[in-house]
Design a protein around this ligand. Structure first.
Ligand code: BG6
Length: 495
C-alpha cells in the first residue's frame, strides 16, 4: 500500500444532519429546518412545510421535481417532525464524539459550519458570538487530538430569512451576505482551520430547499442567475480566504456523478457527455479554471438567458480558482439517449440499471472501480490535489443480542473503495490527499430524512421518528477503520 505519509484519513458530517440544537445558542432558522422526514424504502418523499402567497398552509415535495411557487415561504409546523432539529445531537455530544474519532486515529474531521448559527438571519451585521464559540471549541478539541478540521462553509444551509426577504440566491446581495459570513469565520478561526470547502455538492444547488429560489423551473433565467451568484460567491470566498491567511487551502466540493453511456451508439455517448457537462463538469470547469466554459455560454445563449454581471466579475472568477477538489462518490449511473427499462437509485438522482453492478438496499449501484475512474479523470483533467470527502454505504444496522453491531457489509464496501484509491495513487500517479467517508458517526440521511439509513462507524440510538437515547456505540467497522488508519492502509494489502 502506498498511501502518502500524511494522508488525511478521517470522516465527514454536515451540521444540518448531525448537529441538532436547531434554535439553541442563538441559531436562526435554515430552510433545512423546514424539511420533514421521509421513507426511502417505501418511496415516501421528504416535504417542506410551506405557506402559500394566499396564506394557505400546505406541504410540497422537496427536490428537483417540485417548483416553489412565487410568494410561498417555508415554515416550521408543530404538527410535523423535522429530523434536523435534534439530528444526532452533536450540539451536546461534540466532546464525546471527537474523543471517539480520536480513538479511531482520525487525522481529519470534515464538518460544516451552519451559517444560521453565526448569522441567524443571514443578513445580520454582527455575528452571533455563541455560535462562533461553539465551533471554536470544536476546532480546539480536534487540534488537541491532532485532528485537522476540514470545514465546509455551506452544506445545504440557506438561512430562511434570505429566502423570504431577498428571494434567495437569485438576489446578488446574498453574495455579499455569504462572503461576509466567510470572512468572519476565516478571521476568527485563523491558525485553527487550514482546509476549507465553499459549497457542498455545488452541482446540486438548484431549488428552493437548497438556495431559496422560487419559480426556477418555469423561469430558467432565475436558476442560471442564482447558480452564477453561488459560483461568484465561491470565487470571492477563495480570494478572501487567501488574503486573510496564505496558509489556507480552499477547495470546491462537487458530487462526482460518474456516468456510463448505455451502449457504444454515438447518440448515447453524446447524450452522456451532455448530461455530464450540465451535472458535473461545468462546476469543476468554472472553479478550477476561473471562467464559464464555451459550451455553457452557448447553452445560455440558446436559452435566451443573459446573466446579469458586474464589471469586475470575470476577474473575480479568475482570482477564485480553488486549491483542491473535494468530491463525493457513492455510485455510478448509466445514461442513454433513449432511456428505457429498469432504473436504479443513486446519490441525489438515479439512472438506468447497470447489469454488472450490485446495489445497496436503497438501490444505489456499488462501483468501486468507478472511484478509480473518477480519480483518474479528475486528476488528468485538472491537475489539482484531490480529497474524497464523502463515500460510504447507507445500510440498516441491527444490534446483536451481545450488544454489538456487526457491519461487515460496510467494511466490505469501504475496503473495496480504498483498494481502488490505492491503485489510483500507486499505479496511476493521482495526487489524492485524503479520504473522509460519509457520516462517520450516524446521522440523518439528506435524501430521505431517515435515521435507519446509516453510514457510521459509530451507531447512534435514534429512530426515524426522533425517539432514542442518543447513546453512541462503536460498530465492528470502528475497530476495522482504526486498524486501516493505524497501518496507513497496509492492513488491506493482499485483499
Ligand atoms: C451527499 C450529501 O449527497 O450524500 C450528504 O452531501 C448526504 O449530505 C450524502 O447525506 C448521502 O446521501 P443520503 O441521501 O443517503 O443521506
Amino acid at each position: 500500500m502506498s498511501f502518502p505519509k500524511h494522508f488525511l484519513w478521517g470522516g465527514a458530517t454536515a451540521a444540518n444532519q448531525y448537529e441538532g440544537g436547531y434554535l439553541s445558542g442563538g441559531k436562526g432558522l435554515a430552510i433545512t429546518d423546514t424539511i420533514t422526514g421521509g421513507d426511502g424504502l417505501n418511496n415516501i418523499p421528504r416535504y417542506m412545510t410551506v405557506q402559500l402567497a394566499d396564506g394557505t398552509k400546505t406541504k410540497l415535495e422537496r427536490g428537483f421535481n417540485t417548483e416553489m411557487p412565487a410568494g410561498a415561504i417555508a415554515y416550521v409546523d408543530p404538527d410535523y417532525y423535522y429530523p434536523s432539529h435534534v439530528a444526532t445531537d452533536f450540539y451536546h455530544h461534540w466532546k464525546e464524539d471527537i474523543a471517539l474519532l480520536a480513538e479511531m486515529g482520525f487525522k481529519a474531521f470534515r464538518l460544516s459550519i451552519n451559517w444560521t448559527r453565526i448569522f441567524p438571519n443571514g443578513d445580520d451585521k454582527i455575528p452571533n458570538e455563541e455560535g462562533l464559540i461553539f465551533y471554536e471549541n470544536i476546532f480546539k478539541e480536534c487540534l488537541t487530538y491532532g485532528i485537522e478540521p476540514v470545514v465546509t462553509l455551506n452544506h445545504f444551509d440557506c438561512p430562511l430569512h434570505l429566502a423570504t426577504k431577498y428571494g434567495g440566491w437569485e438576489n446578488r446581495q446574498v453574495v455579499d451576505f455569504f462572503t461576509h459570513y466567510a470572512e468572519t469565520v476565516f478571521k476568527r478561526y485563523k491558525g485553527k482551520v487550514k482546509y476549507w470547502m465553499t459549497f457542498n455538492e455545488i452541482n446540486f444547488l438548484r431549488d428552493y430547499s437548497m438556495i431559496g429560489i422560487t419559480e426556477e423551473k418555469s423561469n430558467p433565467q432565475r436558476l442560471a442567475q442564482a447558480i452564477y451568484h453561488v459560483l461568484l460567491a465561491s470565487a470571492k470566498t477563495v480570494k478572501i480566504g487567501h488574503d486573510i491567511d496564505s496558509q489556507n487551502q480552499i477547495g470546491m466540493m462537487v458530487a462526482y456523478m460518474l456516468t456510463y453511456p448505455q451502449t457504444c451508439n454515438p447518440d448515447d455517448i453524446w447524450a452522456d457527455m451532455d448530461v455530464s457537462k450540465d451535472l458535473r463538469d461545468f462546476y469543476l470547469d468554472v472553479q478550477c479554471r476561473g471562467y464559464y466554459p464555451s459550451y455553457k455560454l452557448k447553452e445560455l445563449e440558446r436559452q435566451g438567458i443573459t446573466l446579469l454581471k458586474e464589471s469586475d466579475d470575470d476577474q473575480l472568477l479568475l482570482d477564485g480558482i480553488v486549491d483542491y477538489i473535494g468530491f463525493s462518490y457513492y455510485n455510478s449511473l448509466v445514461t442513454s439517449s433513449a432511456p428505457e427499462g429498469d432504473s436504479t437509485g443513486g446519490n441525489q438522482m438515479g439512472g438506468l440499471k447497470n447489469p454488472y453492478l450490485e446495489e445497496t438496499e436503497w438501490g444505489w449501484p456499488i462501483d468501486p472501480i468507478g472511484l478509480r475512474i473518477a480519480l483518474n479523470r479528475l486528476w488528468n483533467t485538472y491537475q489539482k490535489p484531490l480529497m474524497i470527502v464523502e463515500n460510504g454505504l447507507g445500510a440498516k444496522d441491527d444490534i446483536a443480542e451481545d450488544g454489538h453491531i456487526y457491519d461487515d457489509y460496510r467494511i466490505d464496501y469501504l475496503q473495496k473503495h480504498i483498494i481502488e484509491m490505492e491503485k489510483a495513487i500507486s499505479l496511476d500517479g493521482v495526487d489524492l490527499i485524503g479520504y473522509m467517508p460519509w457520516g462517520c458517526i450516524d446521522l440523518v440521511s439528506a435524501g430521505t430524512g431517515e435515521m435507519r439509513k446509516r453510514y457510521g462507524f459509530v451507531y447512534v440510538d435514534m429512530d426515524d421518528s426522533g425517539n432514542g437515547s442518543l447513546n453512541r456505540i462503536p460498530k465492528k467497522s470502528f475497530y476495522w477503520y482504526k486498524k486501516v488508519i493505524e497501518t496507513n492502509g497496509e492492513i488491506l494489502k493482499g485483499i
